[in-house]
Design a protein around this ligand. Structure first.
Ligand SMILES: *[C@@H]1O[C@H](CO)[C@@H](O)[C@H](O)[C@H]1NC(C)=O
Ligand SMILES: *[C@@H]1O[C@H](CO)[C@@H](O)[C@H](O)[C@H]1NC(C)=O
Ligand SMILES: *[C@@H]1O[C@H](CO)[C@@H](O)[C@H](O)[C@H]1NC(C)=O
Ligand SMILES: *[C@@H]1O[C@H](CO)[C@@H](O)[C@H](O)[C@H]1NC(C)=O
Ligand SMILES: *[C@@H]1O[C@H](CO)[C@@H](O)[C@H](O)[C@H]1NC(C)=O
Ligand SMILES: *[C@@H]1O[C@H](CO)[C@@H](O)[C@H](O)[C@H]1NC(C)=O
Length: 936
């Protein structure tokens, strides 16, 4: 599910397999890791063990294999589990969990590419990590029947002119001939279209469709992987730097290996295969919801990193607002590189040309093709009538959706009288959609029409146009009687006919700044995240051929592969450096950047003249040239001073002069980065805000000299905390950099290299953070409507009576529950919203008088190691996994959540406990088979 912070967890639908609370968890697929103490033989036989466990149980359940993992890093399997009933499913999961060969088990989840998709209505959050996106995952193979004849403008200049390379020093490395040769990079993403000119010279060493098992990844149903692959290794045939539009990969001579995966077990399989093949670097731009380090994919990433592989992962996108604890997904793993995004200094705009005719005039129409632009659409269908959409909630529908182009503002949605989106619903299957850009401040350059995803599988063409073009069509359509004006849009069927053009403008407002959506750390165990930043927004790279071969998109998805490419350049220069050393070189040489207040949009904030918090930028903006050329290394990428309850008296790091000739003098100092608060109100996390208030550090020694190959230990402690008056109450965060100025000790005129090592700390105890959001409308006694599968939006008053018409013959976990609630069809339920994720959550049904738990084991229970254990129970309709009977009486819901940094859980203070208003259970006359105690 999406980060709980953003989405109140609506607990509804006790036995429903489609309950809202399930989020993207594939209820019927799970991963088990073999118990490391069992023999290899029994590990391999896990599937058989599962089959016999199920048959012993006599359950209807059937387990079918998905993936088998036989790596030193992870041994186990994943299964689909199909059961006729939830009770059996629960029992089956329990039986499997109890097998001797099973160590740990997790649900299979859907992971989403961290491309930032601006929201449709300003608050819906399509880019949120963990949201299921039907276009990512086990998709249908949709072969493109159309191969456009793309005309590529050859660059005459030999130099690498790509802005993202100039900003990061990659251009200088390329000029030095460091291009990633002989380095192998695994790119785990959606499908790759390697037929495009930008990848024609790229040597893809290996390609695997993890999902279908096919050996080749050559389809082009998703643009994301193709874009990411180009950032790593775009290379043309003639001259690596003349691919077209100045695009080339960060490590264009490296050998990428592609793997296509999106669900947890597929990602694990892809990572393990990459490990087995001994790649130097693994990059993956997918996110997830879990920010604890125990999730299985995260565990695998950490194990690979600890074996020396450089692993680059996204720190996550938070388009609805950044701030402390917005990072999520595998980037939160231990020992991996978690990457955040800055704005490109150049905003590239690739557009096609079509024509538009109205009012007797034909003029050209610049547009950006969307994820589906089927070049083979008959001409007649491509011409159509734009429909007026003057208000956000325009009701009514066009008479002939199949021959209508929907004209809609970029950030809006057009709904019918039932609130159903016209562009997204199979109720309409709109084939053509034209989106014009939303209004932007007059002071900013007009934005390029953003690449737009199709909302629905059935969309055959979607394009993005300028606001001016959209508004002028609107005006034409609204002239006369407003009904009969005709606007005809003709789109070219391929890029050549479309005369694709690239224009670029300098982003003087935000270039080089942190994007408004780049998630902040720390990880949920308080570690400094992200590791560093690279350009991720407005990135020009390769795109599938049906989109013309080139495209501009943005997200931490685009930053992550750039870091992988840079890692390859470092590795090529220093073949003996493992992933940890490469990470240290990159962190140490990154340049801390200033804070900006942008939230929720490119246009909302301003740049400040103090450093952004370390939990927003990590080590800072990457400097690839310096990372390759540094001779100084540390043994860590960040110092974590944890919270006040776990503050180490000091932390140490080693400083090594890895050079072979020069003796270096070092001066160590401190540079503060912005601090602020984790909490805003009592139950609401702060959004990304920060102030120039700093701690003081004690650094010992403050200067030292190291000969070639020598190293020394440096000790750092927090001498005084920053003056933040509400540090304990709202939990302050702070941090900064240990600066390390290195210069030749022989030559006093030699220039000084400034390196820095980030540190973070919290000025209160994280265990004092509330886990359960008690704000009104967040966590409350609710009613659950089985017919709509939703909880009521309003808190119920104490003492609400639920009268169950009981039928004991239904208590066999078939589709019908034992209780129905004839009065209004509403069952007792609970709406729950958490402040951050928790490692352990239990929901109990508690007798109001005795305070005893009524249903043993809780009605819902989850742990970060084993969250699938608590499937199902989100409201109560008479059933539970133990088939216990709940007598008439007065009850409350009790929610128990383990606090952060309170992992022992042995003390009462380690838990945040909340009880709902009480509700009354009665049994209706006419109930059949009521056990004793069931009398009303
Ligand atoms: C661990 O790293 C070593 C050295 O690079 C490599 O030979 C080995 O195959 C790796 N092991 C696994 C299981 O990935
Ligand atoms: C839209 O397409 C889906 C999937 O092909 C189909 O099930 C549905 O019936 C279609 N709806 C209409 C109105 O044609
Ligand atoms: C369209 O509207 C214009 C202006 O109101 C009118 O003159 C014309 O007759 C209308 N055409 C049709 C086909 O209805
Ligand atoms: C902080 O301390 C807690 C409790 O010991 C521990 O679980 C956590 O990993 C620590 N975090 C860091 C960043 O050291
Ligand atoms: C780095 O070295 C110091 C000093 O030996 C040690 O205390 C510290 O734990 C090391 N850090 C890491 C991440 O290995
Ligand atoms: C705190 O909450 C208020 C009210 O919701 C909001 O306007 C403000 O931006 C928030 N500040 C921070 C730092 O989150």
């Amino acid at each position: 599910m999406p980060s709980l912070r953003h989405l109140p967890l609506l607990l509804a639908g006790l036995w429903s397999s489609t309950a809202a609370a399930d989020g993207p968890t594939y209820r019927d697929a799970f991963i088990v890791e073999s118990d490391p103490s069992t023999t290899v033989q029994s590990r391999a036989d896990l599937l058989n063990d599962v089959a016999s466990a199920l048959s012993e149980l006599g359950a209807s359940c059937k387990a079918t294999p998905r993936n088998q993992f036989n790596s030193p890093h992870f041994t186990g399997s994943s299964f689909n589990l199909e059961c006729d009933s939830s009770v059996e499913r629960q029992a089956a999961l329990q039986a499997i969990k109890n097998l001797a060969a099973v160590g740990k088990a997790w649900p299979v989840r859907q992971h989403k590419a961290q491309r930032n998709i601006p929201s449709l209505d300003g608050s819906a959050n399509l880019g949120l990590p963990g949201v299921v996106d039907s276009h990512v995952g086990r998709q249908q193979h949709v072969p493109s029947s159309h191969t456009p004849n793309v005309v590529v403008a050859r660059d005459s200049a030999p130099a690498d002119t790509l802005s993202t390379h100039a900003e990061t020093g990659i251009d200088r490395l390329h000029a030095e001939g460091i291009t990633g040769k002989n380095i192998r990079i695994a790119v785990v993403d959606s499908s790759f279209d390697t037929s495009v000119p930008g990848l024609s010279g790229t040597t893809v060493g290996y390609a695997k469709d993890i999902i279908s098992g096919g050996p080749v990844v050559g389809d082009n149903c998703s643009y994301h992987g193709t874009h990411v692959l180009g950032i790593v290794g775009a290379k043309g045939t003639a001259d690596a730097r003349s691919v077209g539009h100045g695009v080339n990969g960060a490590a264009y001579d490296a050998t990428p290996a592609g793997a296509d995966a999106a669900q947890t077990d597929d990602l694990i399989a892809a990572f393990l295969q990459a490990g087995e093949r001994g790649v130097d670097v693994i990059t993956c731009s997918y996110g997830g919801d879990n920010a604890f380090p125990e999730e299985p994919w995260v565990v695998v990433a950490t194990r690979l990193a600890r074996n020396g592989t450089f692993v680059s992962l996204s720190n996550g996108n938070s388009p609805s607002g950044t701030g402390p604890f917005t990072g999520s997904g595998a980037g939160m793993a231990l020992d991996v590189m978690a990457v955040g995004a800055t704005y490109n200094t150049i905003t590239p705009c690739i557009q096609w040309q079509g024509t538009v005719t109205y009012g007797g005039k034909t003029s050209s129409l610049s547009f950006t093709p969307g994820s589906r632009l089927d070049g083979l659409v008959p001409e007649k269908e491509r011409n159509g009538r734009g429909q007026l959409q003057p208000s956000r909630r325009r009701h009514g529908t066009p008479a002939d959706p199949s021959n209508t182009i929907l004209l809609v503002e970029r950030s809006r949605c057009w709904v019918d009288q039932d609130g159903v989106s016209l562009t997204a619903s199979p109720r309409y299957n709109f084939t053509y959609v034209m989106r014009y850009m939303f209004a932007t401040p007059d002071t900013s350059p007009k934005p390029c029409p953003w690449f737009t995803d199709a909302d629905a599988e059935t969309t055959r063409g979607i394009i993005s146009i300028s606001r001016a073009a959209g508004l002028s069509m609107m005006t034409a359509l609204s002239q006369g009687d407003g009904k009969n004006a005709t606007v005809t849009v003709t789109l070219p069927s391929d890029a050549a006919a479309g005369r694709v053009s690239l224009s670029s403008i300098h982003n003087t407002e935000a270039g080089g700044q942190l994007t408004y959506y780049s998630s902040w750390g720390p990880s949920l165990d308080g570690r400094s995240r992200p590791a560093l930043l690279t350009p991720g927004h407005n990135i020009l790279s390769t795109f599938p051929s049906y989109l013309g071969g080139w495209g501009v998109i943005g997200g931490t998805s685009m930053s992550t592969p750039l870091v992988a490419g840079i890692a390859a350049l470092v590795r090529q220069t220093h073949p003996a450096w493992d992933g940890a050393r490469i990470q240290a070189a990159m962190a140490l040489t990154a340049r801390p950047i200033g804070f900006n207040t942008r939230q929720r949009s490119d246009y909302s904030g301003e740049n400040r003249d103090f450093l952004a918090p370390v939990i927003a930028q990590g080590a800072g903006f990457v400097d690839a040239w310096a990372a390759v050329h540094t001779v100084t290394l540390t043994n860590t990428t960040a110092l974590n001073f944890n919270d006040t309850a776990h503050r180490p008296s000091h932390l140490a790091f080693t400083l090594t002069n890895t050079g072979s000739s020069e003796t270096l003098s070092y001066k160590l100092g401190h540079r503060g980065a912005a601090s602020g608060y984790v909490m805003n109100t009592t139950y609401t996390l702060a959004t990304g805000d920060a102030q120039p208030i700093y701690a003081e550090l004690e650094i010992v020694p403050s200067s030292l000299t190291l000969g070639p190959g020598q190293f020394a230990t440096v000790s750092v402690s927090v001498a005084s905390e920053p003056a933040l008056p509400e540090a304990a109450k709202r939990i302050s965060y702070f941090g900064g950099y240990v600066t390390i100025d290195a210069s030749s000790s022989a030559d006093s005129n030699a220039s000084t290299t400034t390196l820095s090592l980030p540190y973070t700390a919290f000025g209160g105890a994280l265990a004092s953070l509330p886990m359960i959001n008690r704000d009104r409308g967040q966590t409350y006694l609710a009613a659950y409507d089985a017919t709509t599968n939703q909880t009521s939006g309003d808190p119920l008053p104490a003492g609400r009576v639920f009268e169950c018409l009981y039928n004991n013959s239904n208590n066999n976990a078939t589709a019908n529950p034992p209780c129905t609630f004839p009065a209004d069809g509403l069952a007792p339920g609970l709406a729950l919203s958490l402040v951050t994720q928790t490692r352990n959550l239990t929901i109990d049904l508690v007798d109001k008088g005795t305070h005893e738990t009524v249903l043993p084991g809780g009605v819902y229970a989850s742990g970060s190691n084993n969250p699938w254990d608590g499937s199902g129970y989100q409201a109560w309709d008479g059933r539970d996994r133990n088939r216990a009977f709940v007598p008439a009486g007065e009850y409350v819901w009790r929610v128990t959540a383990l606090r952060l940094n309170a992992d022992s859980g042995v003390f009462e203070r380690d838990w945040d406990v909340w009880e709902s208003e009480s509700w009354v259970l009665r049994y209706a006359a006419g109930s059949t088979g009521l056990p004793p105690g069931g009398k009303a």
